[in-house]
Design a protein around this ligand. Structure first.
Ligand code: NDP
Ligand code: 8X3
Length: 259
């Protein structure tokens, strides 16, 4: 096992769901954590609590990954002791709506593309050059089963996650000859705020995604992210698909009663 103790791990979207679970998992294993998200109070509280609980270093900084100049400024102005990022977890992402393509709101597309593709690229572009220069590091994307299949109304969200998988493969080629690793961890349904965000706070609608079945929990995904990060340096897990036992594909979920 390649320990993450003392390594600097930067997690985008650390304020909720999978990102928050990754934060806890890496802290439990002794990493130093750079937490990024827009909801600063949340990540500040998490940073404080993890620092106390696991005696690790944790820094929380507000960031909207859609804003390229802000992304660049944040990484440029990191304190010296935080600049050497060993592991970047590109987790920040969202979906908006499940409208048919010909009925969807353009603004929803912009938000998903700007966050899930462009945001991921902005952060990666800011962090990766130093990894390449140091000839070490690991970028882990949180993709999705939606990056391999589609489902009704998933159109643009699925396209953004297909892009993430494509970028993973492209980066692997660009990084060939360096020791920098890249992985995509692609889960199916995970119980987080994702559905609430998709339905803009309609909790009744959101709950249906996870009703009458057993889906993955954020910690299930975080364990896999840690597993990828802790392989020996010569091992690069490129892709991982993880589904709940009760999910067979992006659109097939076994439920005990109609949701
Ligand atoms: P959550 O809604 O619980 O978490 C999403 C996180 O992304 C939040 O911390 C949010 O922070 C952050 N985020 C969203 N937009 C931005 C932005 N513009 N700038 C910075 N941070 C942002 O959902 P999940 O934990 O489920 O989602 C995490 C990732 O997992 C996403 O990429 C999602 O596509 C993917 N995924 C989710 C699955 C699921 O079923 N839940 C399955 C497969 C993949 P804040 O709002 O504070 O900025
Ligand atoms: C999130 C899970 O099934 O809504 O990527 O696409 S799903």
């Amino acid at each position: 096992m390649n320990s993450v103790k003392g390594k600097i791990v930067c997690i985008t979207g650390a304020s909720s769901g999978i990102g928050a679970a990754c934060t806890e998992e890496f802290a439990r294993n002794g990493a130093s954590l750079l937490l990024l998200a827009r909801r600063q109070e949340r990540i500040e509280a998490t940073a404080k609590s993890l620092a106390n609980k696991y005696q690790v270093r944790a820094l929380a900084l507000a960031l909207d990954v859609q804003k390229q100049p802000e992304v660049e400024r944040l990484f440029d102005s990191l304190p010296a002791e935080w600049k050497k990022i060993d592991i970047l977890v590109n987790n920040a992402g969202l979906s908006r709506g499940l409208d048919k393509l010909h009925e969807a709101k353009i603004g929803d597309w912009e938000e998903m593309i700007d966050t899930n593709i462009k945001g991921l690229l902005y952060v990666t572009r800011a962090v990766l050059p130093l990894m390449v220069e140091r000839n070490e590091g690991h970028v882990i994307h949180i993709g999705s089963i939606a990056g391999r299949q589609t489902y009704p109304g998933g159109n643009v969200y699925c396209a953004t996650k297909h892009a993430v998988l494509g970028l993973t493969h492209a980066m692997k080629m660009d990084l060939l000859g360096t020791n920098v690793r890249v992985s995509s961890v692609d889960p199916g349904l995970v119980e987080t705020e994702f559905s609430s965000v998709r339905y803009r706070g309609n909790e009744e609608q959101a709950a249906k995604a996870y009703a009458n079945t057993t889906v993955l929990q954020p910690a299930d995904v975080a364990e896999i992210v840690l597993f990828c990060a802790t392989r020996p340096p010569h091992v690069n897990i490129l892709e991982t698909v993880v589904l709940a036992t009760k999910q067979a594909s992006a659109s097939m979920v076994h439920r005990t009663a109609p949701a």
